[in-house]
Write a protein that binds this ligand. Structure first.
Ligand SMILES: Cc1cc2nc3c(=O)[nH]c(=O)nc-3n(C[C@H](O)[C@H](O)[C@H](O)COP(=O)(O)OP(=O)(O)OC[C@H]3O[C@@H](n4cnc5c(N)ncnc54)[C@H](O)[C@@H]3O)c2cc1C
Length: 231
């Protein structure tokens, strides 16, 4: 990527649901696509389309109706994002009842379609924003793409780079297992094969993802204690 010398109006950093909604919002305020730079290393709908869609996928706790409300709002703001009948049929969410929930992989499909359309409307860059500086001429972003660092100048930045999970202080003798290992059965099996001393695991949390973790652990023959803050 060459350095973009002109000062662009907006940069949206991140390609998850928050960034997709930010771009739709900019459009609905009449900001043209050539005034928006969009940066993400993969453009796979952030955690939804990557970590949370791996394996059998994490079951979501959001209703189909809520996802469709967001998708429809984006279609209204940007008609180019409306899927064709053939595309819509391929979205598994289309045939689900509005009051049910679905896996995050299923929720991702329309957002992936929206992402691909939006990438054609704005200036999209596959890369990681390495550094952000304020200068007298605007905000400078250093973007790393395939080991090459380029820079762009923008007036405003929308940071939609996700969040870190909450953690709690645990005694040093307790091993913490990455939830993304437990969410994918094959990865959990590999992990337990390498750590045969693990026989009991505490799952802290009560939502769908905690239930998935508990189910995979029990199926792997692990004794599970689940802690939740509600009945
Ligand atoms: C186990 C689990 C279950 C969940 N279940 C649900 C659910 O049922 N329903 C629901 O609505 N939500 C659910 N969530 C929450 C949901 O995943 C997040 O709210 C959502 O992914 C947040 O979207 P985001 O766009 O803010 O961030 P993310 O999805 O984290 O996306 C951030 C993006 O920014 C990119 N990025 C980061 N740094 C840079 C950088 N320097 N330069 C360029 N790009 C960068 C990342 O690569 C990524 O693509 C769940 C989360 C977890 C962990």
């Amino acid at each position: 990527m060459n350095n973009i010398k002109t000062l662009t109006e907006y940069a949206v950093i991140g390609g998850g649901p928050a960034a997709i909604c930010a771009i739709a919002k900019l459009y609905s305020y009449g900001i043209p696509g050539n005034k928006i730079i969009w940066v993400d290393p993969q453009f796979k709908v952030g955690d939804f389309g990557t970590k949370l869609s791996t394996g059998s996928s994490v079951p979501g706790n959001t209703t189909v109706a809520s996802y469709q409300k967001v998708n429809n709002a984006i279609y209204t703001a940007i008609p180019a994002c409306v899927p064709t009948v053939e595309q819509k049929i391929k979205f598994e969410i289309t045939v689900l009842s509005p009051n049910t929930t679905c896996s995050l992989r299923v929720a991702t499909q329309p957002l992936q379609h929206i992402t691909e359309t939006l990438r054609k409307l704005v200036y999209s860059i596959k890369g990681i924003v390495h550094a952000v500086y304020t200068t007298k001429d605007g905000i400078r972003l250093d973007i790393k793409t395939n080991d090459i660092i380029s820079n762009v100048m923008v007036k405003r930045v929308i940071l939609a780079i996700g969040a870190s999970p909450k953690t709690i202080k645990l005694p040093d003798y307790i091993t913490i297992i990455d939830p993304y290992t437990v969410f994918v059965k094959s990865e959990l099996k590999q992990y337990l094969d390498k750590n045969p001393n693990i026989t009991t695991v505490a799952v802290i949390g009560s939502s769908h993802s905690a239930a998935l973790a508990t189910m995979h652990l029990v199926q792997a023959g692990i004794h599970v204690k689940q802690f939740m803050n509600k009945e």
